[in-house]
Design a protein around this ligand. Structure first.
Ligand SMILES: [Ca+2]
Ligand SMILES: [Ca+2]
Length: 501
């Protein structure tokens, strides 16, 4: 049993979590102040989004200096104070690490151009943010490769010096006391260096055949992983795999590679579909039976659970939390889910900060859309919908200043009631001791997902009618009517029954 197998992680979107100095940006002083809140909630692990000095073209995923703290978030001393307090509050901290690319203003770009990927002329590869993945540099009289924005320059992982630099960075943060890493787009590290053109699908969308998931990338990850484990044997390594193929995603979760990977087929579904959620739970068991899946319904890259999946129905949002925190796997709560935060809504383009949303807006205008409809497109496409300032259950505001990101987030909801539900669920999870139990049963009946782990039967009724189940046992969590030997589970409700031995 490794420590993280029992953990519940909480993703902190640094800029929007808590502002300690009233400049409108979340920071380490604010985060430290809110540790008691997180401890009360009952999470035991934190994932921090990038807080390194950055051009902020892609909100910190464009790193200018890997071994420092961006002044937006404070100083190294603030980071250390926070880490000390996190330990005192029983919180393991994993940090986001972006090894696919650096910001173009990183000192390496001038001092070590050989660390990057160059080409005399572009091929047809498109950046994941749209447009060519190659940009001309007059200084080098060549094109540099960037799989994301042109300010995010892809590193060349065929160079041993790049590996050496990365190891220094990882060691630096492990020595600062972090418990592990969330590796950003880690299967994108290598490309086919013969640069064949990528094919297109029938809809005209590029298939990223030669610019990610290339042979050799697992050897690179294995070297990084074994280095981390040599520094810190109980390190927790989480991978973001840029793929929607579960077999591909799962292939990176191995003893010599990463501990867990995010399955976006489960976490990022566009709308609620109980069969899809159930099928994905089953598939994760089939594909990686001996390893732990991750469980999440939100992150900084997608619409919020409450808006995208629950259609602002609080019962549905609670039921998704119930599933996420009781199914087999390591849950990752996204900050704000525990108070039922909804999507941020933007009334004007200047309120947005996300490059993806702004590009969608300008492309729509170029295509002849009105400003109003371009703004609608931006609201649909932007990842900022999930990045609004944190609303706290205890009424504390995110910042005394003007938030870095604007827009509206309706607050006519009972934050405290939702928070208490998460807290009770996490308490139950901590006490009942089923986290490491395999499924003895995993079925979908009518619209109720049911699973047995240890001595508990979990029933998640996603149906719009009552679901009755005949069992001998006693109610351990949630509310259900009991008559004779039947438990009657209300629509959109999750219960746990402790089965008779
Ligand atoms: Ca601040
Ligand atoms: Ca790359």
């Amino acid at each position: 049993m490794r420590w993280f197998e029992k953990s519940v992680f909480y993703e902190v979107y640094m800029k929007s979590f808590c502002d300690g100095n009233a400049d409108g940006f979340g920071d380490f002083i604010g985060l430290k102040e809110r540790l008691p809140y997180l401890r009360e909630l009952g999470v035991t692990g934190l994932w921090l989004t990038p807080f390194y000095p950055s051009m902020q073209v892609d909100n910190g995923y464009d790193v200018s200096d890997y071994m420092n703290v961006d002044p937006i978030y404070g100083t190294m001393a603030d980071f250390r104070d926070f880490m000390t307090a996190a330990k005192q509050n029983g919180m393991a901290v994993i940090i986001d690490i972006v090894l696919n690319h650096t910001a173009i203003n990183h000192s390496w770009f001038k001092a070590h151009p050989e660390y990057y990927v160059w080409k005399e002329a572009p091929n047809n590869w498109e950046s994941f943010f749209g447009g060519s993945a190659f940009t001309y540099s007059a200084e080098q009289n060549a094109y540099y490769y960037h799989s994301f924005a042109k300010e995010q320059v892809d590193l060349n992982w065929t160079k041993p010096a790049v590996m050496q630099e990365a190891k220094q960075i990882l060691q630096f943060w492990l020595e600062e006391g972090v418990a592990g890493f969330r590796f950003d787009v880690i299967n994108n590290l290598t490309v086919d260096t013969t640069f064949p053109d990528n094919p297109f699908d029938e809809l005209g969308e590029m298939i990223h055949k030669f610019d990610r998931n290339q042979p050799g990338v697992q050897a690179v990850i294995a070297e990084l992983a074994s280095f981390c484990r040599a520094c810190k044997p109980d390190v927790f390594l989480v991978g973001e795999i840029s793929s929607d193929d579960l077999n591909e995603i799962a292939s990176y979760s191995r003893n010599d590679l990463l501990d867990v990977t995010f399955n976006f087929n489960f976490g990022s579904i566009e709308k609620l579909a109980v069969t899809k959620i159930f099928d994905e739970l089953v598939r994760m068991e089939e594909v990686i039976p001996e390893r732990l899946p991750t469980l999440f319904f939100g992150s900084h890259d997608m619409g919020r659970l409450m808006s995208r999946l629950a259609n602002e129905n609080r019962s549905v949002a609670k039921l998704l939390a119930f599933l996420m925190l009781t199914a087999r796997g390591i849950p990752f709560i996204y900050n704000g889910e525990e108070v039922g935060m909804r999507n941020q809504v933007f009334g004007a383009i200047h309120e947005l900060r996300d490059i993806q949303g702004m590009q969608a807006y300008h492309l729509a205008l170029q295509d002849g859309a009105s400003e109003q409809s371009a703004l609608e497109v931006a609201n649909q496409k932007t990842r900022d919908v999930g990045r609004g300032p944190m609303l706290f259950a205890d009424g504390k505001s995110f910042s005394e200043g003007k938030p870095w990101i604007l827009g509206r987030n309706e607050t006519d909801l009972d934050k405290l009631e939702m928070f208490r539900y998460y807290k009770r669920l996490l308490e139950f999870r901590g006490q009942a001791g089923f986290q490491t139990e395999a499924y003895k049963k995993l079925v979908l009946e009518e619209d109720a997902i049911q699973y047995v782990r240890g001595r508990y039967l979990f029933v998640a009724n996603f149906g719009e009618t009552d679901f009755s189940i005949k069992k001998s046992g006693k109610l351990a969590f949630g509310e259900a009517m009991q008559s004779e030997n039947y438990f009657i589970v209300s629509p959109f409700s999750g219960v746990v029954i402790e089965l008779e031995a």
